[in-house]
Design a protein around this ligand. Structure first.
Ligand code: SAH
Ligand code: SF4
Ligand code: F3S
Length: 484
């Protein structure tokens, strides 16, 4: 029996339970059965199917959580839709930078009007933004039409909260400050049939001085290796060939766990899973990148030769104030070791421009590291002040016009060096996993193991397959190719 059927059966069974189960997962199956019953009655009453739309902001961690939430909604009986005027709309929010928050408030304005026109509509908010008291207070006060609010630690109680809303009729708010729980065996509806994210750990203990994540995602906790392996095996049975192991700092996987396992050892076990073709992971923190991991990456045929290794700044002085626990020299040493062990490795990174106190000299160090490392690509972010983090109250916040100027200069440098670096593969024939149809008719888009995008002539039936493609022409960060 596959995972989906197993859970469906468990919900069918739960329907006949006359006591509310205590155990976390069974309890949610029970509430899913009650919601399902309610939904069937509702559909009969209004004479049509009800639809649900989940809109995700933020990182891969949130995307994976959304797949769990969609899985629950579908098992209850909602039809999945992309329309934000659906009968159930759920926003999974992000608060890493202020513009992510602004987007959510913008969308809420739109939803308020949509809800006036559809009396069956329910609106739920969850995710990182909801872990901040001031956000929840604002929604309770100014967005009274929201039906359910929950946080990052209790997404698995969503069926119970939904049932509370249905039976009580008033706004339900349930935010937990932290948790040490990891609840397994909930339904998941994957976005792609051939690739999937897999959580290996939750939370973060690093407290980089600019970052809100440790406050909204709680303390670091690793999933048991046997649960991770079992999940990947069942994904492979279901047609998945590429997995992305997810955590805020995957290199510290296993710390404090009884099993006494490192991330590199976990990777080795995953590498042995038959049928799995590609293994990716994110995010790696430079302070914990071990020689053991580099060796495992170099020896494996499945671990992709790509490392996303966020540096944030090239200035050792700024890195210290950011509490990153490495300096520019250490980062350059890591790059050297990686390139020696895995010559074709693709390196990508994240930068923050305009951290408090960043001087022109500090910024020059950042430009210098771009020139020295030659990343294939990089994400650049303008520093965003997050209430409650140490950096928010630091003096010497950098003026906006100075930040904008540095941001544009850094972007130019990344484009220039990235384009030159990507060009090294031009003319080679490489494996490409085809991911989607291209906007241009007759073309498909896929990814190299280095994660670089390739567009080439092809048809829909190639999606999910690994094919050989000649990389004809590098165009900045991507390739135009020909299938051979
Ligand atoms: N755990 C990962 C990063 C998660 S957040 C790591 O440590 O590498 C993703 C990226 O958002 C970070 O790498 C950083 O570049 C950016 N970021 C985080 N907080 C930010 C802030 N306050 N302002 C601007 N960018 C920020
Ligand atoms: Fe934020 Fe630092 Fe944790 Fe990454 S490692 S999530 S940047 S605190
Ligand atoms: Fe955003 Fe939360 Fe991810 S704040 S970046 S969605 S962990």
């Amino acid at each position: 029996m596959n995972r989906f059927d197993y859970i469906k059966n468990a919900i069918d069974e739960a329907e006949f339970s006359d006591i509310i189960p205590e155990e976390d997962t069974k309890r949610q199956y029970y509430y899913m059965s009650l919601c399902r019953k309610w939904l069937k009655e509702k559909e009969a009453e209004i004479g049509r199917k009800l639809t649900a739309c989940v809109n995700t902001f933020g990182c891969q961690m949130n995307a994976r959580d959304s797949e769990k939430l969609i899985g629950i909604l579908k098992l209850i009986g909602y039809e999945e839709s992309e329309d934000e005027k659906s009968d159930f709309v759920l926003y999974n929010t992000c608060t890493v930078r202020e513009n992510a928050n602004q987007k959510v408030y913008g969308h809420l304005g739109f939803l308020s009007n949509a809800k006036k026109k559809n009396p069956h509509m329910m609106i739920a908010l969850c995710g990182c933004m909801m872990q901040e008291d001031h956000v929840v207070e604002k929604i309770k006060k100014s967005y009274r039409f929201v039906d359910i609010i929950f946080g990052t630690h209790n997404i698995y109680t969503f069926p119970e909260l939904l049932y509370q809303r249905i039976s009580q009729g008033s706004m339900i708010v349930d935010i937990w400050k932290d948790t040490d729980k990891i609840v397994e065996e909930l339904p998941i509806e994957r976005k792609f049939s051939f690739k999937s994210g897999v959580n290996i750990m939750f939370g973060c203990n690093n407290f980089c001085s600019y970052c809100i994540v440790p406050y909204v995602r709680g303390r670091e906790r690793s999933r048991k290796p046997e649960d991770i392996i079992a999940e990947i095996k069942s994904l492979v049975e279901d047609g998945v060939i590429e997995i992305m192991l997810l955590g805020q700092n995957v290199n510290s996987y296993g710390k404090g766990m009884e099993a006494g396992i490192t991330f590199a050892q976990l990777l080795k076990q995953i590498d042995d899973i038959e049928g799995l073709k590609r293994i990716r992971f994110m995010t790696s923190h430079p302070k914990d990148l071990s020689d053991e991991l580099i060796e495992v990456m170099a020896q494996s045929k499945k671990i992709c030769h790509h490392l996303h290794l966020p540096i944030q700044s090239g200035s050792s002085r700024i890195l210290k104030i950011m509490n990153r626990k490495y300096d520019k020299e250490h980062y350059l040493e890591l790059v050297e070791k990686l390139r020696k062990a895995i010559p074709d490795i693709s390196l990508t990174t994240d930068f923050i421009v305009g951290f408090p106190g960043e001087t022109e000299e500090d910024f020059e160090e950042t430009v210098d590291i771009v020139r020295k490392v030659r990343f294939d690509s990089a994400f650049t972010f303008i520093y965003s002040k997050r209430t409650g983090t140490p950096a928010a109250t630091m003096e010497n916040q950098v003026p906006e016009d100075v930040i904008k100027n540095r941001f544009d200069r850094l972007l130019n440098e990344i484009h220039r060096t990235g384009a030159a670096s990507v060009k090294r593969f031009e003319g080679e024939i490489k494996d490409v996993l085809v991911e989607s149809l291209n906007n241009q008719e007759g073309y498909v888009t896929g990814r190299l193991d280095s994660s670089i995008t390739v567009h080439f002539k092809g048809t829909k039936d190639l999606i999910g397959q690994i094919v050989n493609v000649r990389l004809d022409e590098a165009k900045g960060f991507y390739f135009m190719g020909t299938m051979v």
